[in-house]
Design a protein around this ligand. Structure first.
Ligand code: MG
Ligand code: ZN
Length: 195
């Protein structure tokens, strides 16, 4: 278990699919990107608090050849647009386009692991070094066990949300440090407890 330091909290790290937007399956075009109710307003509250907010997302559909980076950018634009409707913004996004079993749309006989795909911590390290914050100043909010594992491995507090996979992805055996119903409730928990 990682302890939370409410007095030092100033960075919120967000998984995207299943936290900000619904995830009926991989999001392959802007039309499929639909916000979870309350998530944009939750980000607006993070912004109003003066906390920085970064998205940390695995996008293996790119490695599988189902999505290219240009379309991914269009999906990102849609996310920005939806957030803007609530006066919200994110301060940056990190994504992993890899999958160990896939490269350029072709299945690999020998797995090619990367360091960024969660539960890898490379994206967290990158955000931390580029924006100058440490583990104790951040909280990671996600919906899958790989999110919780990445946060635990890097040493930052994690909150699981019951939207998206709700931790039922079955990939790993790891729990978050705290459970919330959704992003709105998670932010509520943080704001109610901040020092
Ligand atoms: Mg997710
Ligand atoms: Zn990667």
């Amino acid at each position: 278990m990682t302890e939370i330091s409410f007095s030092r909290l100033r960075v919120i790290l967000l998984d995207r699919d299943g936290v900000i937007n619904h995830e009926p399956g991989p999001i392959l075009n802007p039309e499929q990107f639909a916000m979870i109710p309350g998530s944009a307003d939750a980000v607006a509250r993070i912004n109003a608090q003066g906390w920085k907010c970064f998205v940390i997302t695995n996008q293996a559909a790119i490695a599988r050849g189902d999505l290219n980076e240009e379309i991914f950018e269009q999906i990102t634009d849609k996310m920005h647009l939806e957030l803007k409707k609530s006066g919200a913004h994110i301060d940056g996004q990190y994504f992993c386009p890899h999958h160990p079993d896939w490269q350029n749309g072709r299945r690999q006989t020998n797995p090619v692991p990367c360091l960024c795909r969660k539960p890898g911590t490379r994206m967290l390290e990158q955000a931390s070094s580029e924006h100058g914050f440490v583990q104790e100043e951040a909280v990671f909010i996600g919906d899958t066990t790989t999110d919780f594992a990445a946060a635990a491995e890097w040493g930052t507090y994690s909150i699981g949300v019951r939207t998206g996979c709700a931790g039922q992805d079955g990939k790993m055996s790891v729990d978050p440090d705290y459970w919330s119903d959704d992003l709105w409730s998670a932010v509520d928990f943080l704001l109610n407890n901040k020092a």
